[in-house]
Every structure is written in structure tokens, then in C-alpha cells.
Design a protein around this ligand. Structure first.
Ligand SMILES: Nc1nc2c(ncn2[C@@H]2O[C@H](COP(=O)(O)OP(=O)(O)O)[C@@H](O)[C@H]2O)c(=O)[nH]1
Ligand SMILES: [Mg+2]
Length: 367
């Protein structure tokens, strides 16, 4: 495929353009799909192409991009080609966004973009001069900020916050502990490798955020090797507000196992609990075994949030937590249940005093 121009009117080098087109986008469309040529003209041969445009939702139309992709009647193939063509223009942290193709149509009130069902794609592309657009859902307004590590020490005993329990599940060695360590420990306190000893207890850490101006404490529960024996982590699910289902992008098997992990999660937590699929270890890009598009498709099919991160370097990690907390907060708010999770340091301590029942799995209180 050929990326035509980065800004309107700007000529793009035609390297590899089989049609030898050097014009602007509009010229291009004419040259490639001259109405005088029948759509199946042998002139096109294997090089028959379609024009696709893309404008990141946060940008104005002036920053729209245009590319040529191979002509096909297969909607998924066209969508994949379009995503590949524009990947470098996708806003950072937008890997999880829903993207689809629409087509340019002339109406009595002017030109507009129309969505269509993928089943009619073969009809759409038979139109001479068809022009497609790669559409993208806008970024959700994330009014969630991550507060500095150690914020807890600055909160007064009586200051209230919403407390959400978040768990990480997935195959062993995908980097769950690494992710949590990176999010909750200062750089100088992080370990290069995490203990993989199977123990009876779970590690609990925390980090404060704000959501819509309200203080939120995320209490992060980590398994200590028990994930190798799924029955052992059943107690982990109790009272969970959000789940990270983690795989490693360099370990295909860990991704393939996500379907059965999801079944396990869904049978143990309420259906309103948001789940985020997390592809970890993106710093190992050259060893990638799981394509982003495959993981995105899985996430879409199962109603999961999605992010790719590096738990080692922290890439995109804040986004993953902000996105999950945003979802937890909003869903609870919509159901008028936020009040159930209101805490203060003092009330939290009171529940761990003698007489209260600590979790048999909790190794520390995380505060
Ligand atoms: N390069 C790289 N290595 C990672 C990353 N996350 C974890 N690891 C390594 O993968 C191994 C397993 O990580 P760990 O957090 O113990 O996995 P867990 O069993 O899922 O908790 C460790 O040796 C980590 O150093 C990452 O994002 N990038
Ligand atoms: Mg671990």
C-alpha cells in the first residue's frame, strides 16, 4: 500500500506506486478510478487499489492522511490494510480503540461519510471511485489522574476516599507482578526479577488516583505463583472491583489461555465488573508473537477494555490504570453504588482490629 500525503496538497514521494500517481488525493482518486474504465479493467491487474483516508479524532480535518490499499471484497482484509497503512498516525495509547471503515457518499446536501454493514462491503467496493475512511471512536475523556507513589502518607486519618480492589490474573511469568511493582514502587526500590515461589499468601499494594476530582485508593492484589493452580486463587475474586487479565505479547500460549481465564473470571465476579485485557512486555517488540489486532478483536468480542504495556519500563501503564479506574468509577456511579466503597484510613484500620475477619490470603494490609 502507498501512503499518499501527510497534509492536504502536500505531494508524497510515489515510491512503489504501481500507478505512477504523483498528484494530490483528489487527483489520485481520479487517476486510479477513472469512471471511463470499467471496474474490472485488466489494466488494473493485481494492482487495483482503493483510496482510504484517516483523520485522528483529536485532530482537525486539515491533518487527514490518505493511503492506497489493495482492492478487496473482504471487509476484514480492507480494515487490516487500512490500519496498517495509518498505524504510525494513531494517537499514542489508542491501541484499544474501536476502528471501522465508512464510505464517501454524495447526498442532496453534499458529500458525507456513511457507515455500512460489512456484509455489503463487496457492493460498496464495486463502485467506481469508491473512497473509504478509517473511522475511530474518540478517546474517552479520562478525568482520572495518577497521584505520586506514597501519596497515602499525606492523607489524614479522617480524609475519605473510594477504595477499589483490583486483581491481576493470567498465566505465570507474563509479568503481572512486574506491572504492579512498576506502578506502586519507586524506581530505586524495584527488583529486576520477582519471586516466583508459590506461597499461601498474596501480595497487596496500593496507589492513589483521583477520578473526577475524588480521591481513589486502588488496592492491588497479586498472586504469588498460585495462578498455576487456578483453584487456589478463588478467594482472590471476592469483593473485586476490576480485573487485569494479563498475557505477554511474546508468549502466544499466554494469549490463547485468556479465553479460559475469562470464563474463570466471569464465573467468579459480577458481570458489571470491568475487565481489561493487557498485553505486557511491549518492550520486546522484536519477539512479538501476538498481534495487536488479534488481541483487540478478542477484547471487542468479549467486551473487554484493552491496553498494551511494558511492566518493566512502565510504558502505557498509567493509561491502563486510569482507564480501568475510570470504568470502575463510572459504572459504580451509574448504579449509585459508589458510596459502598467510601473509606478513610481510620475506618479501614478498624476493620483489621481483633474481632474483624482478615482475609486468610492477605499478607499485609497494603497501607
Ligand atoms: N522485558 C520485559 N520483561 C518482563 C516484563 N514484565 C515481566 N518481565 C519479566 O518476566 C518474568 C516474569 O515476570 P513476573 O512479574 O514474575 O510474572 P508473573 O508470574 O506474571 O507475576 C520476570 O523475569 C520479569 O523480569 C516486561 O514488561 N518486559
Ligand atoms: Mg507474580
Amino acid at each position: 500500500m502507498v501512503d499518499l500525503n501527510e497534509t492536504p496538497g502536500q505531494q508524497h514521494p510515489t515510491g512503489g506506486d504501481p500507478l505512477g500517481v504523483t498528484g494530490t488525493r483528489d487527483n489520485q482518486a481520479e487517476a486510479s478510478f477513472s469512471p471511463s474504465l470499467p471496474p474490472y479493467s485488466p489494466l488494473f491487474g493485481k494492482n487495483r487499489l482503493m483510496t482510504v483516508t484517516y483523520c485522528p479524532p483529536e485532530r482537525d480535518q486539515a491533518s487527514s492522511h490518505t493511503a492506497l490499499i489493495p482492492w478487496t471484497t473482504d471487509y476484514e482484509a480492507a480494515l487490516t490494510s487500512a490500519k496498517e497503512a495509518f498505524q504510525r498516525y494513531f494517537p499514542s495509547g489508542s491501541a484499544n480503540r474501536h476502528r471501522w471503515l465508512s464510505t464517501r457518499v454524495q447526498t442532496s446536501s453534499g458529500v458525507t461519510w456513511a457507515d455500512f454493514s460489512p456484509q455489503v462491503f463487496s457492493n460498496v467496493v464495486e463502485d467506481v471511485g469508491v473512497e473509504l475512511r478509517l473511522c475511530e471512536e474518540p478517546a474517552p475523556k479520562l478525568d482520572v489522574s495518577v497521584l505520586p507513589i506514597g501519596h497515602e502518607h499525606e492523607t489524614a486519618d479522617t480524609e475519605s476516599y473510594y477504595q477499589f480492589k483490583i486483581i491481576t490474573v493470567g498465566q505465570r511469568s507474563v509479568g503481572k507482578s512486574m506491572m504492579l511493582q512498576c506502578f506502586t514502587r519507586k524506581e530505586e526500590e524495584r527488583l529486576d526479577t520477582m519471586s516466583s515461589t508459590v506461597g499461601p499468601s498474596m501480595d497487596i499494594t496500593n496507589r492513589f488516583l483521583t477520578a473526577h476530582g475524588e480521591l481513589v485508593k486502588t488496592v492491588l492484589w497479586d498472586t504469588a505463583g498460585q495462578e498455576a493452580f487456578r483453584a487456589m486463587i478463588k478467594p482472590l475474586y471476592r469483593g473485586t472491583n476490576g480485573v487485569f487479565l494479563v498475557y505477554s505479547i511474546v508468549d502466544l500460549e499466554s494469549f490463547n489461555q485468556c479465553a479460559s481465564w475469562l470464563t474463570e473470571i466471569r464465573s467468579n465476579v459480577d458481570e458489571n465488573i470491568p475487565i481489561m485485557l493487557v498485553g505486557n512486555q511491549i518492550d520486546r517488540a522484536e519477539e512479538r508473537a501476538v498481534q495487536t489486532s488479534d488481541a483487540q478483536a478478542f477484547a471487542l468480542e468479549h467486551g473487554l477494555l484493552f491496553a498494551e504495556v511494558s511492566g518493566k519500563h512502565g510504558t502505557n501503564l498509567d493509561y491502563a490504570f486510569q482507564r480501568l479506574v475510570h470504568e470502575i468509577f463510572n459504572r459504580l456511579k451509574d448504579r449509585d453504588e459508589l458510596y459502598r466503597f467510601k473509606e478513610t484510613k481510620r475506618s479501614s484500620r478498624a476493620r483489621t482490629l481483633p474481632g474483624a475477619k482478615p482475609s486468610p490470603f492477605a499478607r499485609c494490609c497494603g497501607s
